[in-house]
Design a protein. Structure first.
Length: 454
């Protein structure tokens, strides 16, 4: 990185950043009490609040949101007349999944092959550390030139909408001229990227019941309705013969215009096994950024271990449906319900429950804030120009903020590039990306303050 006072300050702060990220990663802050104790989230929230107080933030508060989680809020006043910038991250994380598959303990930050491994290292505890680094570098070089609000969510991964509902009830709380969402990532390591679109999502649980109780498969098999077989039929109906998502009435042919994702790069990033074909049609970018995508994320039925030759009376699945910008998540949910009801065989009883929902988001990449970010990234990543891409994931708060503050400029950056393997085992963060993006964010805040006074 070229000599620059901000860059030099961030570089000097990296050892501290690693130590702090290790402390934050150590909390098993999964916002689901069926997976981890609530005390872990509460402890992580207190850690974040203490970190804000140590940086002279005022009005630091743990906000009790309607879904039972806590978001952390604070304000760092800037010079008189300065614009206000909201910085967002979340401290809750995905479950560790298969702990035996981790090469190091999931909640112990571990350095390996130049990366830092641990659940939440990139998504999104590292995002909060990025914000701290940027602010500290500015303080070391004349001060923070804007008023900064920070909001750190406690249940983003669950999609249960706690912070969205809280913000709607307190619309003045997060009002800002610009909003930096630190929860996406570069298209690949070393290529500075802002995220232009996010897919929305709906998460539902489906239960199929066919019998009063399990039956002997020899005595009744062939005529007794099998709940698992019925559920499999339902789930199979959600994809066509090519593997494309099919939900009756939901458009699924849109095309992505912009930065493309070469198939060979995607296969490498997704770690697709040799010889296994990619499902769906269209370009990879079409499939992951512009079209709906259904995923069966869990099934409850008899486990293989200890299985008996009996016909299942009941079976349950959890289904995630991602919907692109231009499609309403609530309407997509209703279409998904209707599709499942229609395609459930044998008149089996089917019940459905929604467990999460969030709207898609599309940023205005022509806004002045993007010019300020492009200039900042050009310095933080010498020789590279800022790119814009889509992201197949969802950040439900984005659409809420866009609706509450239509004049605010919303930018999405972060540490979740493909090598980070977020939501999977062995999640990691690149310390070089953490350093460069912290520099970029600090420079952006300076550029943005000057542009507003120009």
């Amino acid at each position: 990185m070229t000599a620059n006072p901000i860059a030099e300050s961030v570089a000097s702060l990296m050892p501290r950043a690693r130590a702090e990220l290790a402390e934050l990663v150590a909390f098993e802050s999964v916002a689901d009490e069926a997976v981890a104790p609530r005390s872990e989230c509460e402890a992580a929230a207190r850690w974040v609040a203490d970190a804000l107080r140590a940086e002279d933030f005022r009005e630091v508060a743990l906000l009790d949101t309607p879904d039972g989680s806590q978001s952390v809020y604070g304000v760092l006043p800037g010079p008189a007349g300065a614009p206000t910038v909201l910085l967002y991250a979340h401290y809750d994380v995905q479950p560790k999944l298969n702990e035996a598959a981790w090469l190091s303990p999931p909640f112990e930050l571990t350095e390996r092959d130049g990366r830092w491994y641990g659940r939440g290292a990139a998504d999104c505890k590292g995002g909060f550390i990025m914000h701290l680094l940027a602010l500290r570098a500015l303080k070391a070089n004349g001060g923070v030139p804007v008023t900064v609000k920070v909001i750190v969510e406690g249940s983003e991964e669950q999609g249960t909408g706690g912070l969205e509902r809280y913000a709607e009830a307190h619309p003045e709380l997060l009002a800002a001229d610009a909003i930096v969402i630190g929860d996406t990532g570069n298209f690949r390591v070393g290529l500075p990227t802002v995220t232009a679109t996010l897919r929305g999502m709906t998460m539902i649980r489906v239960q199929v019941d066919t019998l009063e109780g399990n039956l002997h498969s020899g005595q009744f098999g062939g005529a007794a309705p099998d709940a698992l077989a019925a559920l499999i039929r339902v789930l199979d109906s959600l994809r066509d013969e090519h593997g494309s998502t099919v939900v009756d009435g939901l458009p699924a042919r849109a095309e992505w215009e912009g930065l493309q994702y070469p198939e060979e790069d995607f296969r490498r990033d997704a770690r697709v096994l040799d010889g296994v074909a990619l499902p769906g049609s269209g370009t990879v970018a079409d499939r992951i950024w512009a079209r709906p995508a259904v995923t069966v994320v869990g099934i409850d039925c008899h486990p293989v271990a200890g299985a008996t030759p009996s016909i299942p009376a009941t079976a349950r699945a959890q289904i995630s449906l991602r919907v692109p910008p231009g499609q309403d998540a609530a309407e997509a949910t209703e279409l998904l319900y209707a599709h499942i009801q229609k395609h459930t065989p044998w008149n089996a009883r089917v019940t459905m429950e929604q467990v999460g929902q969030g709207q898609a988001f599309q940023a205005d990449v022509s806004s002045p804030a993007y010019t300020s970010m492009a200039e900042a990234m050009r310095v933080a990543y010498p020789g590279e120009e800022m790119q814009s891409s889509g992201m197949g994931g969802s950040i439900p708060l984005c659409s809420t903020l866009a609706a509450l503050y239509p004049q605010a400029e919303i930018l999405l950056i972060g540490l979740s590039e493909p090598e980070a393997q977020i939501h999977a085992v062995n999640e990691s963060v690149s310390p070089e990306e953490l350093e460069r993006l912290s520099v970029a964010e600090a420079l952006f805040l300076g550029n943005y303050a000057r542009s507003r006074h120009a």
